[in-house]
Write a protein that binds this ligand. Structure first.
Ligand code: BLA
Length: 329
């Protein structure tokens, strides 16, 4: 298979994503008679969301999700930080939602930006969860881009062959540009696939352009999977899909690294609502198991959930999958 193309099933070839027009911003400051001019590389995650939705509409009929009526935009307690939310569904996609946070201040054009874009299927489908999670502050970026599996991929399984084997070339296209981001909360690895792009980098226009291409390429691979997937009719399989999704939602609604920032921006109560009702919607509806049922190691002596983000701690200094996607730990 040639590099840059990928196939899911016999007929699928991922199209190359549209090229992004570079958007540099020139800033000019004056002090007395002197002029200082410099360029900042700007990234607009709203543009990422718009492009993904545009690609989706070419293939799938999207309807607004009922969540859109309650969540569209918000301003943080600082009066400066803007949050924008989009939410859609289709007959197969339970929820396709986007959250973009931007903070434009006078001192620094883009002080803080967050992008969290995810796609969750109805439980009749075992397609992975689309996950783009980008955090950009003054000069650093933290990126997770993945098709999060519904089955743990630290062992070779049919699920891995079905969804990942034929699209590993997508990951290899970007692995030099976006090397492994170093140690991370060890618990997270079981929610990731061998396709995961976990990286940190300093902002530059080249990196932001490449991230945009990677985002759309991963997204198109996911979209194609959602189109080709067949409905599961075996009730035990549907139950397993639902529980896997519920476990994932339960993990992220409780332990997502974004909690702290959302709490600072909107206060504890609103942050919790955003997490449980919008970002990880389904946590209250898809199952009745609690966080402790799924992750008993987090139980404290008085029975509550430990505040710790991780019990195991940070690990995986290097990528725990080899280039073929085999887990090497
Ligand atoms: C950092 N986000 C991180 C890190 C990971 C992720 C792995 C590095 C820190 C760590 O090791 O945990 C992302 N972790 C994930 C994802 C999964 C996971 C996607 O387990 C999926 C299973 N992030 C958000 C939102 C905000 C956000 C909404 O999703 C902000 C509102 C911020 N992520 C954020 C921040 C950091 C971060 C501020 C750096 C701070 C930190 O490391 O705690």
């Amino acid at each position: 298979m040639e590099l840059g193309s990928s196939s899911i099933g016999p007929s699928f070839k991922a199209a190359n994503p549209p090229v992004r027009i570079s958007k540099n911003t020139n800033l000019t400051l004056r002090r007395g008679s002197q002029r200082f001019s410099f360029r900042v590389s700007a990234v607009s995650y709203k543009e990422f969301a718009d492009s993904a939705l545009e690609e989706t509409r070419k293939r799938v009929v999207l309807e607004p999700s009922p969540l859109q009526e309650r969540y569209s935009s918000m301003t943080g307690l600082d009066g400066k930080t803007q949050l924008q939310m989009l939410a859609f569904k289709s007959p197969k996609i339970r929820l396709l939602r986007s959250m973009a946070i931007e903070n434009e201040t006078m001192q620094c054009l883009y002080d803080l930006q967050v992008f969290d874009f995810a796609g969750f299927m109805e439980p009749e489908y075992d397609t992975p969860i689309f996950c783009a999670n980008f955090f950009t502050s003054a000069n650093t970026n933290i990126v997770v881009l993945d098709l999060n599996p519904l089955q743990q991929l630290t062992d070779q399984t049919d699920y891995q062959d079905k969804y990942y084997k034929n699209i590993m070339s997508i990951y290899h296209k970007y692995d030099e540009m976006f090397p492994w981001g170093g140690k991370l909360t060890a618990e997270s690895i079981k929610f990731f696939s061998p396709l995961v792009m976990w990286t940190r980098f300093s902002s530059s226009q080249d990196k932001h352009n490449a991230l945009f291409s990677a985002f759309l390429e991963y997204y198109q691979a996911w979209l194609e999977m959602t189109i080709q997937v067949k409905e599961e009719i075996e009730p035990s399989q549907v139950r397993a899909n639902r529980e896997a999704q519920h476990k994932y939602l339960t993990w992220r609604a409780q332990k997502d690294p974004g909690h702290g920032l959302l709490r600072k921006l909107f206060g504890e109560e609103k942050a919790k609502e955003l997490l449980r009702d919008f970002l990880f919607n389904g946590v209250n509806e898809l199952g009745t198991k609690t966080f402790i049922d799924y992750f008993p190691e987090y139980q404290t002596e008085d029975g509550t959930v430990s505040d710790k983000r991780s019990i195991i701690g940070k690990s995986f200094e290097t990528r725990p999958w080899d280039s073929n996607g085999l887990f090497i730990g």
